[in-house]
Structure formats: C-alpha cells, structure tokens
Design a protein around this ligand. Sequence first.
Ligand code: PSU
Ligand code: MN
Length: 307
Amino acid sequence: MTGSIKIETTREVADALAAGRPVVALESTIITHGMPWPGNRDMALEVEATIRAEGAVPATIAVLEGQLHVGLDEAAITGLAQAKNVMKLSRADFAFALAEGRTGATTVAATMMAAKLAGISVFATGGIGGVHQGAELSFDISADLDELARTAVIVVSAGAKAILDIPKTLEALESRGVPVVAYGQDQMPAFWSRDSGLPAPLRLDDAAAIARFEIARRACGGHGGMLIANPVPARDEIPADQMRKHIATALDSAKARGIEGKQVTPFLLGEILTLTNGASLKTNIALVLNNARLAARIATALASAAK
Ligand code: PSU
Ligand code: MN
C-alpha cells in the first residue's frame, strides 16, 4: 500500500498555505540537540516572532509521538525544548519515527523533506551539516548535503558550521549541483564568523534577486535545493581566528572520547559553548534570527512573484 502521510498543521500555517501567503519552515534539532534549556525555547519562540514581524508565517517542524507536525504552538515548542530522549531525525530515520510512534526532532535533511511534503519552499536554520574534518577516515558526511541535492527547498543558513571542513563541504555541494549563494558579500561565512577565508561560489544582494534565481531554477526543471549563506551580523560575530582554537580543542576532546555518528555535532556545539563561556550560544541565536528575517523576505518575494 502506498499513500501520503497525514500532516498536522496549526491553523495559522494551514491558512497561510491555502492562501499562498509566505511560510518559513524551521527545524527542531537545533532546539533539542543544538542548545541548552531554556535558551533553546526562547530562541525558538523569538525566531517565530521574527518571521511574523516580517509578515510571514513560521512553521516549526517535528515528529511528536509518530505524528508529523508542520507548525507547533508555544506549548508544543516548550514541551519539545525540555523533552528527553528525543530522536535526531535525518532522511534515514524520519519515516521510522512516524511508523514507531516516536518523538523526533528534524535535522536540516528531515526538515527539508517535511517542508517539501507540506508545500513550503523556504527554510531557515543556523548552519547545515556537511563534511566533517577527518571525513577521509570517518566517512562522516551529513545527509544534509544529499538532501540539498534532491529536495527543492531554499535553505537559509549562516553557512556550514565552522566545526566542519568547509572547503570539502563546498566541493561536495558543487559536485551535487547545489547552488551556494552568499548574501551581500563575496566571502563564504563560517557560522559564528562572517568570513571563512573562502570565496563563495555565488553572491546575491537582496531577497528579490534570490527569488528571481529560484524562479529561473524552477524553469530549468529537475532542480534540488539551494543554500543561502547569510553572514552573522558584525556586532554578534566571533571572528574566525578566535574560534579556531576552540574548534581545535573541541575536536580533540571528541576524538579522545570516541564520539561518533549523530553525537558528533551536538557534542562539538556543547564543548564550544563551554569553551567560549556561552558566547557561542549568543552568536548562534543572533545568526538564526538573522536567517529567519532573510528567509521571511525570500518567502515573501516568492509569494508575490507567484501572484
Ligand atoms: N545548526 C545549528 N545547530 C544545530 C544544527 C544546525 O545551529 O544543532 C543541526 C541541524 O539540524 C543539522 C544537524 O542538520 O545539526 C547536522 O547534524 P549531522 O552533522 O549529524 O548531520
Ligand atoms: Mn554525521
């Protein structure tokens, strides 16, 4: 038997989708595995408020007891932000959580799948997963990259997390035919830092231009996703030369403790939070808000182009 899955939405999201108004998808792994309570809840609610202030509708995505939710209300976000034993869902196990009645937070890959199923074409996050440092031995390459290749959703991020091998991540995206567009600068940002030291493959300077590019991609057919790399605001950044030593220390302790698989990214983010005395978290929240704002503007530009 085949069929389509049931999607639980909030009234706000259902109304916006039905009317063709702009909607921005949001992931939930950043809430459950990316930041500690209660800052994670505050971040999630603030991101939603930012999107509404731009005239778009936020849709935070998660699987709750086997039910796919596209749009969570404040109580559901608060519950998820404190929940224990939440799965971290990617493409491989998204349907497993649905079938087994489990609760799972969606990574970039699973959020893209859900957004596409719901008919949402713009998604805001912090940073995507990518090629990990030492991937030539560990083979640790995030499923986010293959998802960007196959699923037609625009992902607004602050680039790839700087704990990754950014040059290899860019190579992998290019091989997969994923456009990587830096917003408003020539350089590729590096999550907590505005400049990774690498040129971005493409650059655009406003949301309308991003919408035009997306419409041209659709006209060419068979397109997958695209990555918008939006630099963190200057007042919130931690420059790359300051982050470098913390990242190296965090990578060393991951190695020493034999951290592997799905634990790698949450472990490194947690270590860096401690090493920076909480500064990395403030920057992480600032960049997510900044991405939410841009995503709302892109969704708005796309919605008005469709009218
Ligand atoms: N960005 C953040 N914090 C996070 C993540 C991204 O600011 O926690 C999550 C995203 O859900 C991303 C995931 O998809 O980390 C990547 O995990 P992995 O490297 O295991 O594929
Ligand atoms: Mn991995």
